[in-house]
Design a protein around this ligand. Structure first.
Ligand SMILES: *Cc1c(COP(=O)(O)O)cnc(C)c1O
Length: 244
């Protein structure tokens, strides 16, 4: 397939086949169908040209963590009529809700009652259909790293309250949960704990079937625990510069 004309495309194709191989192996180990696992390429810090290359290689789910970077990339890809589903995976300020609602297909990082309200208002004004969202779960209660936690000291970051705010809003659709594994936890325990949270949530909200978990270093543990969406940055695109 290599034409030699675009070495970056060749590099991305090579890394993509490695990541797809890891996902397939993890699914085989877990007795799961690889079709159940969506690969999201997290393209933060990489240019829109890389998004175009990935789309060209068949990756249509693209993740970004900062609105200021995602909005212009989304505009560029839309102008090129590229088929992209945008996943917003980063901590989100309420004042960015309007912008994010303009391009995001799935917001993974809803972690407070006021953020849910801001997204709901923006989605009601700007969209014909409800916005799909996940509630981000903080497993260790360290709210500075994002997420809502069971029994959080800050009521607006309490997991049950955030879930209720999303479920009760007219223009958001609760699709599931997301987590970033706490730094000091081993990934299997983190993702098994998230699976319990996801299971309990589905008892009340059967449409909340998405489990967004797993990054470059630990996608196998996430898939073993039932992740439906893995968010892969560096294994696909390369190591990001430490300062950004
Ligand atoms: C950057 C990022 C990822 C991808 O991380 P890698 O380790 O590069 O795969 C996943 N999720 C979130 C929320 C991120 O910010």
């Amino acid at each position: 397939m290599s034409t030699g004309a675009d070495p970056r495309r060749d590099e991305l194709a090579h890394r993509l086949s490695e990541v797809r191989g890891r996902i397939a192996a993890a699914c085989a180990d877990a007795g799961r169908d690889p079709g159940e696992v969506t690969l999201i390429a997290v393209t933060k810090t990489y240019p829109a040209g890389d998004v175009r290359r990935l789309v060209d290689l068949g990756v249509h789910d693209i993740g970004e963590n900062k609105d200021q970077e995602a909005a212009p990339k989304a505009a560029e890809l839309a102008a090129a009529e590229a088929l992209v589903r945008w996943h917003f995976v980063g901590q989100l300020q309420r004042n960015k809700a309007k912008s994010v609602v303009g391009y995001a297909d799935l917001v993974h990082s809803v972690d407070s009652v006021p953020l849910a309200a801001a997204l709901d208002r923006a989605a009601a004004r700007q969209r014909e259909r409800p916005l799909d969202v996940l509630v981000q779960v903080s497993l260790d209660g360290d709210l500075d790293r994002g997420g809502a936690a069971s029994g959080a000291d800050v009521p607006e970051r309490d997991l049950d309250r955030v879930v209720a705010a999303v479920a009760g809003s007219g223009s958001l659709r609760l699709r599931g949960v997301m987590t970033v594994a706490p730094l000091s936890w081993d990934p299997p325990s983190a993702y098994e704990r998230l699976a319990e949270v996801a299971h309990a949530l589905r008892g009340e909200h059967p449409a909340a079937t998405v489990v967004s978990a797993g990054m470059s270093a630990d996608l196998e543990a996430a898939i073993a625990a039932g992740a439906t969406h893995v968010r892969i940055g560096s294994a696909l695109l390369g190591k990001r510069p430490p300062l950004r």
